[in-house]
Design a protein around this ligand. Structure first.
Ligand SMILES: Cc1ncc(C[n+]2csc(CCOP(=O)(O)OP(=O)(O)O)c2C)c(N)n1
Ligand SMILES: [Mg+2]
Length: 958
């Protein structure tokens, strides 16, 4: 049971505690471990409460015999020598006071946030929380002025309940409510406690600080106001009501920069995005206004279908109090929150680049930070939020803490919080990873800035996620054309009366005598005038360059998947060197005997140059890239060993579980292979690796599904990012998806990687989709990813049974020298009739080739040719036409294992027809052989599977 969450705090009364404490004092082991911990912590907090009692005249051993009942208990009546009743009474009372007072303080640290003044609209009624009332602890008003010994807690040696309560209310129940006592690490809670309590959680800004806050707040407000007057009703998803975010994030970055931050990658959705782009990322206002006037964000020379302006990214270098920070805003689809792991993946790649290592240093964490801005409804609702949080402390995925900022405007489109989440706060999910959460009133701009600064310090100190939950409001409808009073009439009645956050602040500054109202007004007027000037300049604004091939992408070009038939063959000696490393283990390493045998088999394969299986070919592809100084990152569930126990790229000493990675021990000078057993998530992990690939075009980045079908839990990344990012946002990615696929009777979810889904997405050379039938071709297609001067996502249907199929092997020579990837593999059988007598050509792909070839041999058929289509997209029309042109007398069959409504048939039907036309087969159409239409991908019955498989193979030769 977690002490913090246990219900005893609610139910226990003071008498009960006093009795428990007596027992604890006598023998700590006699009380429940949770209580033990509680009392131990009391020792830390109010160390001498106990000590004082022990130091009393009646001595330590007797202390244990005191009966504490909370009402001035009678002393133990045992006949030993003991204190006089009056002394004991006083001691009892003092101990009880101390215990209760410290307990009260502790409960405020845990739950004081419940009484914090968070809602600028004041619409949420403040319930009564008994546990935050001193009466619950036995203190009556008569006790409020009695000094109580609390041993330095809250900075007091002695304090009255009145003093304690005043301090607690200011610290924990003001404009900031902090949740941090769920954190298990005492260093972190102590740090937060100290940082919060030392200033009573109160912002202390001098007049210059206040002016800076006002200026940034004014910029935030004026930008929206200006757009509202110039582009009436145009969608911009304004920040009005949440403008305090602008000064807060400004200050947060500045504070983090003073603690080593050099780079921030931002991910956010629609709300306030344009404001962030201009006011934080310094995108020129002229550029923004020009986009509102209809100018494309990209120069005319750049192709692509583009995206709406509130999805686009940008990047810039900005000075924060003398420190230069590089800021990047990731492009974002409409899908709320799905950008989160993309951003953290990008950050991870940048951190690895900075420290030149696959395991990131603390310094790299200091230097690069992910900043994610969320809506309240989306943060609570979208599962990818939890998945991404779960990555935050994992070996291959941690990034030293994401900074989360929630624009909690207390509504999601038209839905009120009570309908959009089950928890108390929209941020409750972040407690799962023990992140501190600062809830703050968005109309107290200094408090928001202050909270953001503390959170930044915490992130830099502990490299953990932190959350700011800025409770604010949305001044208008969801977008600028929406009427919010249809659904939230009372809220909007209140909002209409609400002065803006800037007005509230300006009034406060004037009242406290820091900045006169006239100066505040001038700051506002000056900013509006500046916007007007930029607006005038916007009509002649021309975007002069697309920023997509800069930095790490310098030297790359936009490419077409058919281009650059690169040389992917490798010098045979290099392959042998990799092969040797694969089979070598360090002296004294206790290898599992079964794996030892497999390694021996690998050694033989490579040495003989024959019979190289799938996993070995993959290792040779990876290893050869590493020797060419190209890092390889592979991430997926159980990828180190491989789902099918085929890869074993991490070996474990059988005595001490020490890990050994052969691929990292090929040569002195080589790049690093990183393989990560991912958490059991597809979405966040695929998104993360996609993000990694955006920032690191020079590494082969592979994400692997356990079975291909599971990738559909990550469909948003496939549809919204991988397939479309180049067209929408000019962002290339070389991410490779490895998707186990093949019909082997394992049921509906272990057969199909849903090839058809990927093929449906193919257009404008956006993807490469392959289903290789030989280890050598897989080897080449992996290497090809890194051998061209452009990057394209690669989707590979990977095999299962073929991993152990003795026919599915390649020669070393097929990977060496001038060998290359073959999009179509021509007939390899030598005992067939001459081409013009061939009566049928079966075109197929992947595993079914071996079933067909085996049956053809068994049937001794010599007039049917089998062609293998290894790459579906880009569709190799010319190569296929050349092959088909040899067999003009033949009919043409497309054979697949998948049902007719799935697999490649619908994609290929018309494409093959077009090729036939060009290849001397005028008027012919391919015939379909495969499973019949089916709603489910495959049968759950092995018997039925076998029957279906046999039938389709027979039909192919019928
Ligand atoms: C995954 C996803 N589902 C639904 C939507 C449609 N949608 C756009 S904004 C919005 C409300 C978002 O509310 P919140 O997260 O609180 O952000 P706010 O607009 O209030 O700032 C919805 C439902 C979407 N964009 N993405
Ligand atoms: Mg909202």
């Amino acid at each position: 049971m977690n002490f913090e969450q246990s219900s005893f705090l609610y139910s226990a009364n003071a008498d009960f505690i006093a009795e428990l404490y007596r027992r604890y004092a006598e023998n700590p082991a006699s009380v429940d471990p949770d209580w033990r911990r509680f009392f131990e912590e009391l020792h830390d907090d109010g160390r001498t409460a106990l000590k004082e009692a022990q130091g009393a005249s009646w001595g330590p051993s007797k202390a244990a015999r005191i009966v504490l009942n909370g009402h001035g208990a009678a002393p133990d009546s045992a006949p030993q020598a003991g204190p006089s009743p009056s002394v004991t009474d006083a001691a009892n009372k003092a101990i009880l006071d101390s215990v209760r007072a410290i307990w009260l303080i502790r409960v405020y640290r845990m739950r004081g946030h419940l009484l914090a003044n968070l809602d600028p609209l004041g619409l949420t009624p403040q319930p009564y929380y008994a546990e935050l009332d001193p009466k619950t602890y036995g203190f009556t008003e008569a006790d409020y002025n009695r000094p109580i010994f609390i041993d330095g807690t809250l900075g007091f040696q002695h304090a009255t309940i009145n003093e304690i309560m005043a301090r607690l209310s200011r610290t924990y129940c003001g404009s900031v409510g902090v949740e941090f006592m769920h954190i298990q690490d005492p260093d972190q809670t102590d740090w937060l406690k100290r940082r919060i309590e030392e200033s009573e959680n109160k912002p202390l800004y001098d007049v210059n600080g206040k002016r800076a806050i006002l200026q940034r707040l004014t910029a935030g407000e004026a930008f929206e106001k200006f757009l509202a007057t110039k582009f009436v009703g145009v969608k911009r998803f304004g920040l009005e009501g949440g403008e305090a975010m602008i000064p807060a994030l400004d200050a947060m970055i500045a504070r983090a920069a003073s603690l080593g931050l050099k780079e921030v990658v931002v991910g956010m959705a629609h709300r306030g995005r344009l404001n962030m782009l201009t006011n934080i990322l310094s995108k020129p206002f002229t550029a923004m206004f020009a986009e509102f006037q209809g100018t494309s964000a990209y120069p005319d020379s750049v192709q692509g279908s583009g995206d709406v302006k509130y999805h686009l990214g940008t990047s810039t270098d900005r000075d924060f109090a003398g420190k230069l920070v590089h800021l990047t805003m990731n492009a974002n689809p409409s899908h709320l929150e799905w950008v989160n792991p993309v951003v953290t993946g990008r950050v991870r790649a940048k951190q690895q680049q900075r420290c030149g290592s696959t395991s990131i240093t603390e310094e790299a964490c200091d230097q690069v930070m992910a900043l994610l801005i969320h809506g309240d409804a989306a943060f609570a609702g979208q599962g990818v939020v939890a998945e991404t949080l779960m990555l935050s402390d994992l070996r291959g995925y941690r990034t030293g803490g994401t900074f989360h900022f929630v624009i909690n405007n207390q509504v999601g489109f038209t839905t009120s919080p009570q309908y959009s989440r089950s928890g108390v706060y929209c941020t409750d999910v972040a407690k799962m990873i023990q992140a501190p959460i600062f809830h703050v009133n968005g109309d107290d701009v200094e408090a928001v800035v202050h909270a953001a600064e503390i959170a930044a310090e915490f992130r830099q100190q502990f490299h953990k996620d932190v959350v700011i939950d800025m409770v604010c409001y949305r001044r208008h409808g969801h977008n600028e054309g929406d009427e919010p009073a249809f659904t939230q009439p009372l809220m909007y009645r209140k909002i209409r009366e609400q002065p803006t956050t800037r007005e509230v602040y300006a009034k406060r500054l004037a009242e406290e005598g820091s900045i006169p109202q006239a100066e505040c007004d001038k700051i506002h007027a000056d900013f509006m005038a500046r916007l007007e000037k930029d607006f005038q300049a916007a009509s002649s604004y021309k975007p002069n360059k697309a920023d997509w091939l800069e930095g790490r992408w310098q030297g790359f070009e936009s490419g077409n998947g058919n281009d650059g038939s690169s040389t992917t063959g490798v010098d045979e000696d290099a392959l042998k060197k990799v092969g040797k490393a694969l089979a070598s283990i360090p002296e004294g390493f206790n290898i599992n005997p079964k794996i030892a045998k497999q390694l021996e088999a690998k050694r033989t394969m490579v040495e003989s140059g024959e019979g190289i299986d799938w996993a070995t070919a993959e290792a040779l592809a990876f290893g050869s890239l590493l020797l060419e100084d190209t890092p390889v990152r592979l991430s997926g569930q159980d990828s180190g060993r491989g789902t099918f126990s085929q890869r074993h790229s991490v070996l474990y000493d059988q005595n001490d579980e020490h890990r050994f990675v052969p691929l990292n021990n090929i040569a002195q000078k080589q790049a690093t292979y990183e393989v990560h057993d991912s958490p059991l998530s597809e979405a966040a992990v695929m998104g993360f690796d996609y993000g990694f690939s955006l920032a690191e075009p020079k590494a082969l980045v592979c994400w692997e599904a356990q079975f291909g079908d599971f990738a559909n839990t990550a469909q948003v990344f496939i549809d919204q990012f991988i397939a479309t990012s180049e067209a929408k946002w000019l962002r290339m990615s070389g991410l490779t998806l490895l998707l186990p696929h093949g019909y082997e009777g394992q049921g509906p979810e272990h057969s199909s990687a849903r090839l058809e889904r990927y093929l449906q997405l193919c257009a404008e050379d956006n993807l490469q989709v392959v289903n290789c039938s030989t280890p050598a071709n897989y080897f080449h297609v992996l290497r090809r990813q890194m051998k061209r001067n452009f990057r394209k996502p690669l989707i590979v249907m990977t095999p299962k049974s073929l991993l152990r199929n003795k026919l599915c092997v390649s020669k070393l020579a097929d990977m060496a020298g001038k060998s290359t990837f073959l999009p179509v593999i021509s007939e390899t059988a030598v005992n067939l009739v001459e081409d013009k007598k061939v009566r049928r050509v079966i075109i197929c792909s992947g595993k079914v080739y071996y079933d067909l070839a085996t049956l053809r041999d068994a049937k001794k058929i010599t007039d049917i040719v089998i062609l293998r289509l290894e790459q579906f997209y880009p569709f190799p029309a010319k190569t296929l036409a050349k092959e088909l042109g040899r067999y003009t007398k033949a009919d043409i069959v497309w054979c697949q294992e998948e049902p007719q409504n799935m697999g490649a048939w619908n994609f290929l039907d018309r494409r093959i027809e077009a090729v036939l036309n060009d290849a001397g087969h005028k008027g012919k159409r391919p015939l379909y052989v495969g499973r019949e239409d089916s709603s489910s991908t495959a049968t759950g019955s092995l018997k039925r599977h076998n029957k279906e498989q046999e039938a389709l193979l027979e039909k192919a030769f019928a």
